[in-house]
Design a protein around this ligand. Structure first.
Ligand code: SAM
Length: 291
């Protein structure tokens, strides 16, 4: 269900003033979420807890941008940049001139703190991905790392993304979609979207069609699911087992001490646990179609 004021809902979520922020506040206790907010990437031998899975996902995106021909000095626009960790990593690794766009003032505040004494100096601008404050055709690279899932009208957003791309440019998106919409109960999907403040999640075919309808050509399609969503489900299983066992009251007391809303977190974990087997996390590399 779309909230009455989606911008306020998004700001509340990532500023921890709304219920949907409960899990992010919890993640803050043990992950790098003051810098990164994405689903992360861990190979079979890495745990999704130690090190920075979120940073590893950005490394995958950097490799994909390089495969797409992005070179030092190019201008990169990072859509839904969050707290700036990804924008800074991309600027440092690829030596590009990076601009991060996000709607949430608290995220941009952290992004500026996180990059203030860095060698690379990305710029951060408050803006809505649906109406980008960027001129036509000026970006040689565009990234959207797990950010488009918060916005309805994917086709419209893809068109906006295509608008700012230089004709020779490369876009790399990581996003969530349904493997097969027929397999999923609508109520299960909507419960997840509501609990996490997401827009309607579409299936792979609809997603691909949305990209192609906006004038983009898909150059590469990489399924990240086992390395991100699959790893995350191992977590939801562990959490739910602990909540059902003897440790439950200890978890309640600990969360209480950490000022975490356990009811909201339970709801987010349960909703995610049920839908994760049906979700695909995909990295898409695309460029403007040359016809
Ligand atoms: C899951 S976080 C990912 C952040 C970052 N890309 C990363 O990898 O750490 C999604 C981000 O998208 C931003 N976002 C969602 N909808 C947006 C919109 N319409 N305009 C700008 N930013 C948006 C959120 O504020 C949030 O920072």
């Amino acid at each position: 269900m779309t909230p009455a004021d989606p911008v306020k809902a998004l700001i509340d979520q990532f500023s921890y003033t709304g219920q949907q922020g409960a899990i992010w506040k919890g993640f803050d206790r043990f992950l790098d979420t003051d810098r990164y907010l994405n689903l992360g990437y861990s190979s079979r031998f890495q745990t999704h807890l130690i090190g920075s899975p979120q940073r590893r996902l950005v490394a995958q995106v950097a490799m994909e941008l390089t495969r797409g021909g992005v070179a030092p000095g190019d201008r990169l626009v990072d859509l839904g940049c969050g707290r700036g960790g990804p924008t800074l990593d991309l600027a440092t690794e690829l030596e590009v001139e990076a601009i991060g766009i996000d709607l949430v003032p608290y995220n941009l505040h952290l992004a500026r703190i996180n990059t203030y004494d860095a060698l690379a100096t990305p710029r951060f601008i408050q803006g809505d991905i649906s109406h980008l404050p960027i001129r036509d055709g000026v970006a040689e690279a565009v990234t959207a790392i797990d950010s488009l899932v918060y916005i309805d009208r994917t086709e419209r957003v893809m068109a906006e993304l295509a608008r700012i791309l230089d004709p020779e440019a490369t876009a790399v998106i990581t996003d969530l979609m349904l493997g097969d919409a027929g397999d999923v109960e609508t109520a299960t999907l909507e419960r997840f979207e509501d609990a996490w403040g997401l827009a309607a999640i579409v299936d792979i075919e609809t997603y691909r069609a949305g990209i192609e309808a906006s004038g983009l050509h898909i150059d590469a399609w990489t399924d990240l699911t086992p390395y991100s969503v699959g790893q995350f489900r191992a977590w939801t299983s562990r959490y739910l087992t602990l909540r059902a066992g003897h440790t439950s009251s200890l978890i309640e007391r600990t969360f209480d001490r950490l000022d975490l809303d356990i009811d909201a977190i339970d709801e987010q974990v349960e909703a995610a646990h049920d839908i994760l087997p049906h979700l695909r996390h995909v990295m898409v590399r695309s460029r403007i179609r040359g016809d």
